[in-house]
Design a protein around this ligand. Sequence first.
Ligand code: COA
Length: 323
Amino acid sequence: MYSSKIVYTGSYVPERVVTNDELSQIVDTSDEWISTRTGIKKRHVSTGENASDLASKTAEDILKKGNIDPLSIELIIVATVSADYSTPSTACLVQAKIGAKNAAAFDVTAACSGFVYAVSVADKFIKTGTYKNVLVIGTEVLSKITDWTDRTTCVLFGDGSAGAFLERCETGGIIAEDIGSDGERGMSLTASNILASNAFNDVEKVPSSCIAMDGRAVFQFATRQIPKSIENIIEKTGIDRNEIKYVVPHQANSRIIEIISKKTDIPMDKFYINMENYGNTSSASIPIALNEMVEKGMVKRGDKIIITGFGGGLTWGTLLVEW
Ligand code: COA
C-alpha cells in the first residue's frame, strides 16, 4: 500500500481586519474580555469574497509554490460549512476557477474538524492507488452566517482559507488517524438550518439560521475528547510523546489548548497558536497554522507532527504526520 504526504501548503485570507475594539463598538464586549477568555485579538472578515473565492486563491498559492500544472490535479476536496451554494460544491467552483479540468471534486462537511476529515479522505484515495495527488482546502466565510448581535458567538469567528497538496509517497506521510463523531451532542453547535417549508405544508419560510452555540458544552467536549484522541494515536502507533515535534490544534480558544497540553503532558511550546490574528476560522484554522509554520521554516522533512481538530457535529479528528 502507498502512503500520502503533504508536499505543499498555501493560504489566503481576506484583507479586511476587524479588531476586538471594533467589535466592542457593535456589541457589549471588550478587548480585555475577548483576549483573556479566548486568546483572540483580531480576525479577517470578507468584504464580499465568498468561500470559493478564498479557496481558489489558496489553490493558486499552492499551485505557484509547487509549480503544479492544474491539469495534473486528480482530485479536489474542499472542507467548508459556509459554501457559496448547496450545489455546485465549493470544490467544483474551485476546479472551474483554477482550470483543473481533469480533477474530480467534492465537499466535505465536518465543521472545524473538516480539514482533518478531508485529509483523511484524501489519504484513502492515495493509499488505495486511486489517485496520485489530491488538493485539500479548508475555506470559510463564517461572517455571512454569524449573528452580529450575539456577543457570545460573533467575537469568536473569522474568515479565511488554506490547504495542502498531497502526493503519493513510499513511506511516512499520514501515519495514523483517529476521527470520530458524537451526533447526540450536535445541537450544541448549529448553523444554517433551513426549515422544510414548501407549497403543501404550513411550515413558515424563514431565512436560514446563523451560528448558535452552547460554548461551555463545546469547551467541555474539546477538553475531554481531544486529549483522548491524541492518547489514542500515541497508543496505536507506539510513538514516544517526546518525539512529537509540534501539535497543530484547531484554533478556537487558547484555554482549551492549555488544558489539552496539561492532560497529554505535551508542553505548551510544542503547540502552534495563531488564533490571536485570525480567530476561529473553522475548517481553515489548522491549514492556516500549518502554512504559517511551513513559511517560517519550522517544519523539516522527517518531523513528526500531530494535527488535531474538533467542532460542530460534534466531531473530532487527529492525525499523526511524518512531514
Ligand atoms: N463579551 C463580554 N462578556 C461576554 C461575552 C463577550 N463577548 N460573551 C459572553 N459574555 C459573558 C456572559 O454573558 C457571561 O456573563 P454572566 O456571568 O453575567 O452570565 C460571562 O461572560 C461568562 O460567560 P461564559 O459563557 O461562562 O464564558 P466562558 O468562560 O465559558 O467563555 C467561550 C465563553 C465561548 C469563550 C468558551 O465557552 C469557549 O471558548 N467555548 C468553546 C467554544 C468553541 O471553541 N467553539 C467553536 C468550536 S469549533
